[in-house]
Design a protein around this ligand. Structure first.
Ligand code: GLA
Length: 654
């Protein structure tokens, strides 16, 4: 504490006395055993590494193009265009069937039957009845991968929302139960071992919409399921039960394809706190409701993933939904919006799944999808999602670290319908303000150089994307907020999942204004953030601001992969000035492969940032733990890992 005392204000001294007993109590908690303590270090990387998604999945999905009116010709047509246009060579290799493919679950043995009227090659006959093997064989022969769709409950979304579809499952109530409920091992074996699929998208309407006593259940003779997901209420959602169902599928996939030859796409639309745990279970997880082809829906879906950089990385990606390029506000008549939508998805490491009728699309759209440099940002192996470096409702600046940190990509995004003046600072990119910065425009391919700052005026809805090179602010290392793909938020410190109020609230495309308003709906508010506090404030400790750092709540544990080159971790840590609880002292601990390397004394609100330094030579997994009081009555305490950075040489810190 001595460190901070000298700069302490009178309010802080007062608070310090008031918290003396709390310090004693949480010092005792620090020794809690790993089995019961979620912040105890494990020394083992905990984010999901199973499955096949080292970079965000790319390809085509049938839903936005055809909804349930999908058929074999349409899918094969899309596959052919992916190959013939060269898009497959760029990485667009997944061809994913969505809802509409099924006929029924066969009585007796429960084997799923395919709607052969629209998938003629599936009419293989014999004891199995139908099979997708000829279909997946054809895709594989084209060098592509095949994806299928199901639901985690008994019934699928079309059975609640597309009641006029000609392609709904048919038969008795039991035969129409085409979802995974009660059939996980059987269906996963069928899809992956027998039929040869490589990718599965698992929807969740079966857990949300077939409510006992509802008109839907009565009129359509479905077996009701007391909902585990209530869309409007996180407190009435059984988060644990939803998660366990997806975990059961993940285990079945691993058992069926021990070589990791599968991709698991969790489609719970940002509900059930999936934005927090999706990374531990699947390869991608939807962060919001379905995208529609309107600008504000795109904003909404983008926002649901854009501040979640610390939750994504190689093997696990935020999914703001398939692209709506080719339709409505993103058709060929709107080239500015098409480039914006595509650039934004690329910058935040969203899956690039195209979903229009590729057979009949204009060449101009293929040219956008085929921009190899923009695709390259998305597919950069290091997997660092772009971080919001400047934030407002009008315009944003998003910066993405490429590879080992020597190159950056930056997007300037005009969210609004008027021209927006945007000044880009070298500092936004963590580049030196005194050295020249070269920007290469990845759409126009023009280059320009500036020093310090450069002014732009963005057209309405325009997004500019550049690759940037300059002198890095940190010559001998990286800030942790530059490498979110190497970070896993093992425990974020939230006590109660809270809906995120910062996501653009569009007029709901389905209910329009038939309610009191568009409400925050996706839990995750208060999760860890790069270069911001968990509640989106600038990082600041006792009046000292930090452009770089990690903001997180107390009682949290972050994991950082050390790539082996780094020798030293340094950070200036303390209670953030925006903290809700100004009375709670916090302690910051650094562990290396489970061993304590460094820790702070108890730090109180108002105390100056404490300088922490840890020798991390040879360490594989660094863990950054903040401990505070666990009293349920205390407010939330906000902790700042200011300027947290990894340095290459042990003597860089002195
Ligand atoms: C849900 C999903 C969509 C799509 C449809 C199919 O709405 O979120 O992506 O799969 O179901 O019915």
């Amino acid at each position: 504490m001595a460190d901070g005392m000298s700069t302490m204000s009178w309010q802080a001294r007062h608070a310090c006395l008031a918290v003396a007993s709390a310090i004693a109590s949480f010092t005792a908690q620090a020794s809690t055993s790993p089995a019961t303590d979620p912040v105890a270090p494990t020394g083992r990387w905990e984010a999901n590494t199973n499955g096949n998604a080292s970079t965000p999945p790319m390809g085509w999905n049938s839903w936005n193009a055809f909804r349930t009116e999908v058929d074999e010709d349409k899918v094969m047509g899309a596959a052919r265009v992916l190959v013939d246009s060269g898009l497959a060579r760029l990485g667009y290799i997944h061809v994913n069937l969505d809802d509409g493919w099924w006929q029924k679950r066969r009585a007796g043995d429960g084997r799923l039957q395919i709607r052969t009227g629209i998938f003629p090659s599936a009419a293989t006959g014999g004891p199995d009845g139908t099979s997708f093997k000829p279909f997946t064989d054809r895709l594989h022969a084209m060098g592509l991968k095949a994806g299928i769709y199901t639901d985690i409950g008994r019934n699928a979304c079309s059975q609640a929302y597309d009641l006029h579809s000609p392609n709904l499952p048919a038969g008795t109530a039991a035969e129409r139960e085409v979802g995974l409920d009660g059939h996980v091992a059987q269906d996963i074996d069928l899809y992956f071992r027998q039929w040869g699929f490589d990718y599965i998208k698992i929807d969740a309407c079966g857990l949300a919409d077939f409510v006992p006593g509802s008109a839907l259940v009565k009129q359509h003779d479905y077996r009701a399921l007391a909902p585990l997901i209530e869309r409007g209420s996180i407190n009435r959602t059984d988060i644990g039960a939803v998660r366990r169902r997806y975990e059961e599928v993940a285990a079945a996939l691993k058992a069926t394809r021990p070589d990791n030859g599968y991709t698991l796409s969790i489609c719970a639309w940002g509900m059930a706190n999936v934005r927090t745990w999706g990374k531990d279970v699947g390869n991608l997880w939807r962060t919001s409701a379905d995208i529609t082809p309107s600008w504000t829906s795109m904003l909404h879906n983008f926002d649901s993933a854009a501040k979640r950089a610390l939750y994504a990385g190689p093997g696990h990606w935020n999914d703001p939904d398939i692209l709506h390029i080719g339709h409505g506000a993103f058709d060929a008549a709107h080239p500015v919006e098409v480039r914006a939508h595509f650039s934004l998805w690329a910058m935040i490491n969203a899956p690039l799944l195209v979903s229009y009728d590729l057979r009949n699309g204009p060449a101009s759209l293929l040219a956008v999808l085929g921009n190899a440099e923009v695709v390259g940002l998305n597919q950069d192996k290091a997997g660092h999602q772009g971080v919001v470096a400047y934030d407002s409702d009008d315009a944003q600046i998003i910066v993405k670290t490429l590879g080992d940190g020597q190159r950056k990509a930056v997007a300037l995004f005009n969210r609004g319908a008027s021209p927006a003046p945007v000044t880009l600072l070298a500092r936004h990119m963590k580049l030196s303000p005194g050295a020249p910065v070269t920007l290469r425009d990845l759409w126009s391919k023009e280059s320009a150089t500036f020093t310090g700052e450069k002014a732009f005026v963005l057209a309405p809805h325009e997004t500019l994307v550049f690759e940037a090179t300059g002198r890095r602010q940190l010559a001998n290392g990286v800030y942790l907020s530059e490498i979110p793909g190497a970070i896993n938020v093992a425990t974020d410190g939230t006590r109660q999942p809270q809906p995120d109020p910062t996501i653009h609230r569009m007029i709901d495309p389905w209910s329009n204004t038939r309610s009191g308003g568009s409400r925050p709906q996706y839990a995750g508010w208060g999760g860890a953030q790069a270069d911001a506090t968990p509640f989106g404030q600038a990082l600041q400790v006792a009046g000292q601001g930090f452009d770089s750092g990690i903001g997180i709540l107390a009682n949290s544990r972050l994991q950082v992969k050390n790539d082996g080159h780094h020798a030293l971790l340094m950070a200036s840590v303390g209670v953030d000035d925006s903290t809700e609880d100004t009375r709670q002292p916090l302690r910051f601990h650094v562990y290396g492969d489970g061993r304590l390397l460094a820790e702070s004394p108890p730090l109180v609100f108002g105390a100056g940032a404490h300088r922490l330094q840890a020798d991390i030579r040879g360490v594989k997994v660094i863990e950054l733990v903040v401990r505070g009081s666990r009293s349920g009555n205390a407010g939330l305490a906000v902790a700042t890992w200011g300027d947290a950075r990894l340095l290459r040489h042990a003597d860089d810190g002195t």
